[in-house]
Design a protein around this ligand. Structure first.
Ligand SMILES: [Fe+2]
Length: 287
């Protein structure tokens, strides 16, 4: 089964969002949407999400699911805004509860912030499946970048979030709380065990040395042969050494603080204070 896949690239955060549609039929899912955010002004904008809404409406599609591969640390999710406009259920991995526990503490959230994943419509476990119209989607738990990361396998297409990036860029960082380079290695082997022709759609692209265009689609076969971090059967010990060494040089993503406070609530902003205003917190000397 070969679903139709349409990509939306957000250059401000290097994020790729997808609409994945039944090969014959109108049902679709939206994967990893973006709510635009200007951190200097504290202002959101729905331009990126509106482009998805327009595309869905122009093609007369019916949104069954709004899927998150994980709690993103580099962009805000537009899931609630899309749900309001288009319907569909919001799904994420069941280990979201670990993320909510960790960051509930870091942001000193009160008891009103539920740590049970109840902000989402569905929590998926490894091996779960669900349907987008007639089209079946299978859930792989692929932790490492975060403990809640999922890969959605839909026909011959795998939406891998932040596990593998394009072969010439490599893999995702593993140094966020709950991240693990060993886990990421094991997760990637699960993805690489899919048939070689499986199309892989990555969650971000940053270009790469010698490549001047953004790209987001590759295959399992290409990853096995060419991935600069993990291709050609690189052993776990070598990968872990490379990954942890590289992660130690990386700064925090520009939007990590507002992203986590939004995305751990399924894309909702923190509750307003007694003046009716919503705020993001900045924990000092913590991350
Ligand atoms: Fe991420």
């Amino acid at each position: 089964m070969t679903p139709k896949v349409h990509a939306f690239f957000d250059e401000a955060t290097n994020t790729v969002s997808y609409v994945v549609q039944e090969p014959q039929g109108r049902h679709c899912a939206i994967v990893d949407s973006v709510l635009d955010y200007d951190p200097a002004a504290g202002r959101t904008d729905t331009g990126s999400a509106d482009a998805i809404i327009a595309w869905v409406r122009n093609h007369d599609l019916k949104v069954s699911w709004i899927l998150e591969s994980h709690v993103h640390a580099d962009h805000l999710s537009a899931a609630p805004y899309l749900q309001e406009a288009l319907g569909g259920k919001i799904g994420i991995g069941e280990n979201i509860v670990m993320i909510q526990d960790t960051f509930g503490k870091i942001f000193n959230e009160g008891t009103a912030f539920q740590r049970d994943g109840s902000q989402f419509d569905a929590l998926f476990a490894d091996g779960d499946s669900f349907h987008i119209g007639q089209m079946r989607a299978d859930v792989l738990h692929t932790p490492g970048h975060t403990p809640a990361c999922l890969t959605y396998v839909i026909g011959d297409a795998a939406f891998v979030g932040d596990t593998l990036f394009m072969p010439d860029f490599g893999t995702a960082r593993c140094d966020f709380p709950g991240g693990s380079a060993e886990d990421l290695y094991t997760s990637i082997q699960k993805i690489l065990a899919l048939p070689d022709a499986t199309r892989i759609f990555v969650g971000h692209d940053y270009k790469a040395p010698g490549r001047d265009e953004f790209a987001w689609e590759t295959t399992v076969g290409e990853q096995k042969a060419l991935n600069v971090h993990i291709g050609k059967g690189r052993p776990m010990s070598e990968f872990v050494e490379m990954r942890t060494g590289r992660d130690a040089t990386l700064g925090m993503p520009r939007l990590i603080l507002p992203s986590l406070q939004t995305n751990m609530r399924a894309g909702h902003m923190p509750e307003p204070e007694d003046n009716g205003q919503r705020y993001f917190k900045v924990p000092i000397d913590t991350l």
